[in-house]
Each structure stands twice: as C-alpha cells, then as structure tokens.
Design a protein around this ligand. Structure first.
Ligand SMILES: [Zn+2]
Ligand SMILES: [Zn+2]
Length: 156
C-alpha cells in the first residue's frame, strides 16, 4: 500500500484503533484542493490530532461550513452553522472561492460523488470521491491508476 504514500495521501498508524474497528492503520488525507488549487485542509479543525477537511455546504435552506475527518472512511464531521438533514443532497463548494467541487460519478445511493483533488492540479486520477448525500458514506480513493472504494479500504 506504499503507493498511497504520495500525492496527498498517506497511510497513518491509527490514533484511534478502538474507535475505527481495531484497524491498526488508516488512510489519511493530508492534502486536498478545490478545482482552483486552494487547500481544503483546515489546521484549526483537529480530529484526533489530524487536520480536518473544510468544505462549504449548500442545503436547500442555507449554506454553512462543514469540516470532515481526514481519515478515509471515518464518519466524524462538524457542521458549524448549517443543519444537515440525513438523506438530503447538498452542493459542496470551496470555502475560499466558492467554486463548486465537481461531480464526477454517480453514487449507488442515487447521489453523486464529488471530487476532492489530492494534488493542486485538478487531476481526476488523484482524488478522493465523497457522496453529496448527507449520511451516505460511500466513496472512493483514486491514486494514479488505482481506485479503491471505501469498503475495500476496510481491508487495509
Ligand atoms: Zn477555492
Ligand atoms: Zn451516496
């Protein structure tokens, strides 16, 4: 799994194995970017010692900031000033420039996967895909030619 050690992703000794099903290691997003190259990592929002992923989320009612855990497959999130309704599909934009993060694939739940680029170059070969439906935890990680769904990552 060394290959995920590049391009913004790294294998990390799990700081919370008891919480994440006794896994010894987790995949952590160390860098991710909006399509304009702004970093989405927010060192002020810390999840178990790891900087979170800061997003602007637009629901039907309003927009607000949501910070996600950078550990792939971890369900932790902090909604700062918006209420998220389970099952609602939301639009996600960059908190700095408000550029929408691109939809690039259908999710099996009927939602759509949004690309968080793990390099500043907006390269779909290096991204983390998350579903835009609240509480759907499907997703995938793409690194070069490799693509893994979050459920496959459970085996890491
Ligand atoms: Zn941006
Ligand atoms: Zn989904």
């Amino acid at each position: 799994m060394e290959r995920f050690d590049k391009k913004g992703m790294m294998i990390y000794p799990s700081p919370l194995r008891k919480i994440i099903r006794d896994k010894e290691k987790v995949l952590v997003v160390k860098e991710c970017y909006c399509p304009q190259g702004h970093s989405l990592i927010n060192p002020r929002a810390i999840f178990n010692g790891l900087a979170g992923i800061d997003l602007k989320v637009h629901t039907n009612e309003k927009a607000g900031r949501v910070v996600l855990s950078p550990m792939v497959g971890d369900k932790s999130r902090i909604a700062l000033d918006v209420d998220l309704q389970s099952g609602e599909q939301v639009k996600i934009t960059c908190p700095q420039c408000d550029t929408p993060l691109p939809l690039y694939a259908a999710c099996q739940c009927g939602g759509e996967l949004i690309a968080l680029f793990t390099t500043p170059e907006k390269d779909y070969a290096h991204c983390v895909g998350i579903c835009n439906r609240v509480d759907c935890f499907n997703g995938e990680v793409k690194s070069g030619g490799d693509m893994m769904s979050f459920s496959m990552l459970e085996a890491l």
